[in-house]
Design a protein around this ligand. Structure first.
Ligand SMILES: C[S@@+](CC[C@H](N)C(=O)[O-])C[C@H]1O[C@@H](n2cnc3c(N)ncnc32)[C@H](O)[C@@H]1O
Length: 277
C-alpha cells in the first residue's frame, strides 16, 4: 500500500466514524505513525508503506475512529507558544482558552512581578503560558485532581517553566494574595454533557468538564485572595456570560466586562476587586 492509498483509506474510515475533519486527522496520524511531519508527507504520496508502518497507521486510525481525541493519540497539543503533553488525565487545551490567557497578559501588563493563581490547571496550560509570556510573573496553579497535577508538573519540567503546583479543592477556599486569579473551570451541566461530541462526552475527564457550581465558588473564593485592584478572569460557557457577570456583580466585583473568543462568542468574563468598598 502506498502512503496516498493509506491516507485515502484512513480518511474514509474516519469520515464513516463521524470524525469532523477526517483528512487532516488522517494526515496527522500518518505523520505520527511514520515519524514525519504532515508537510513532509505531502511530497511523497507514492511512497510504499512497510507492514510495520501500515499497521501502526491502522492502530492510530482505529483509536481515532473510536472518537478518542486527536490530541490524546498524538500525545501532545499546541497551546499559545507551547507544546504540551496531554493524555486522558486532562482536558485538551482549547483555542478559546488561549484568548483567556491573552486577556490575562493584557491585565498584567505593567506589573513587573505579579502574583497569579490558576484554579483548575489541568495540563497546566494557562499557568505555563502566563509564566512563559510574562516572565516576571510568579504563578501558582491548583487542581483537585492529583493525576492532572502530575501531568502539569511534567509539562513544567519539559518546558523549563517555573510554576508552583498544589493539590487543592477550590471549594475548601483559597489562600495567599494575588494580583490575578484565572480559571477555566468545569462548566458543563450533567444534561449537556450527554449531547456533546463523543470526544468530550466519552473521553475527557468528567471532573474537568461537568460542574455548574464551580464558577460561582471560584469567584467567591477569589474575592478573599485578590489584592486591591486585582482581577478575576473566568472562561465561561457559551451563552452564560450575562449570568456569570451578575454573579460577579452580586459578590462586589467592579468593572465587570465580557470578551469574545475567536469565533465572536462571549466566553471570557472578568471583574476587578476593590477592597476599599
Ligand atoms: C475545564 S478543565 C481546565 C483545564 C485547564 N486549565 C485548561 O484550560 O485547559 C477544569 C480543571 O478543574 C479541575 N477541577 C475540577 N474541580 C475542581 C475543584 N473543586 N477544585 C480545583 N480544581 C478542580 C479539573 O480537575 C480540571 O483539571
Amino acid at each position: 500500500m502506498t502512503l496516498g492509498e493509506g491516507l485515502a483509506r484512513a480518511e474514509r474510515q474516519l469520515a464513516a466514524a463521524g470524525v469532523p475533519s477526517p483528512r487532516v486527522d488522517a494526515e496527522l496520524l500518518a505523520g505520527k505513525a511514520l515519524g514525519a511531519t504532515r508537510t513532509a508527507l505531502y511530497g511523497d504520496p507514492g511512497r510504499e508503506l512497510s507492514t510495520d508502518e501500515s499497521e501502526a497507521l491502522e492502530r492510530l486510525v482505529e483509536r481515532r475512529a473510536a472518537r478518542e481525541p486527536l490530541a490524546y493519540i498524538l500525545g501532545e497539543w499546541g497551546f499559545r507558544r507551547l507544546t504540551l503533553k496531554v493524555d486522558r488525565r486532562v482536558l485538551v487545551p482549547r483555542p478559546e482558552t488561549e484568548v483567556v490567557v491573552e486577556r490575562c497578559l493584557e491585565l498584567l501588563r505593567g506589573l513587573e512581578r505579579p502574583d497569579v493563581l490558576d484554579v483548575g490547571t489541568g495540563s497546566g496550560a494557562i499557568a505555563l503560558a502566563i509564566a512563559d509570556e510574562h516572565p516576571g510573573a510568579r504563578v501558582t496553579a491548583i487542581d483537585v485532581a492529583a493525576d492532572a497535577l502530575a501531568l502539569a508538573r511534567e509539562n513544567a519540567r519539559a518546558t523549563g517553566i517555573d510554576v508552583t503546583f498544589a493539590e487543592r479543592d477550590v471549594r475548601d477556599g483559597l489562600e495567599g494574595a494575588y494580583d490575578l486569579v484565572v480559571s477555566n473551570p468545569p462548566y458543563v451541566t450533567a444534561e449537556e454533557i450527554e449531547t456533546l461530541e463523543p470526544e468530550v462526552r466519552d473521553w475527557e475527564p468528567r471532573i474537568a468538564t461537568v460542574g455548574e457550581e464551580h464558577t460561582a465558588a471560584i469567584a467567591e473564593a477569589a474575592a478573599g485572595v485578590l489584592v486591591h485592584g486585582g482581577h478575576l478572569v473566568l472562561e465561561v460557557a457559551d451563552g452564560r456570560a450575562g449570568e456569570v457577570s451578575s454573579v460577579l456583580g452580586r459578590l462586589g466585583y467592579e468593572d465587570i466586562r465580557s470578551g469574545e473568543d475567536l469565533t465572536g462568542r462571549e466566553r471570557v468574563v472578568e471583574g476587578r476587586w476593590s477592597s476599599r468598598r
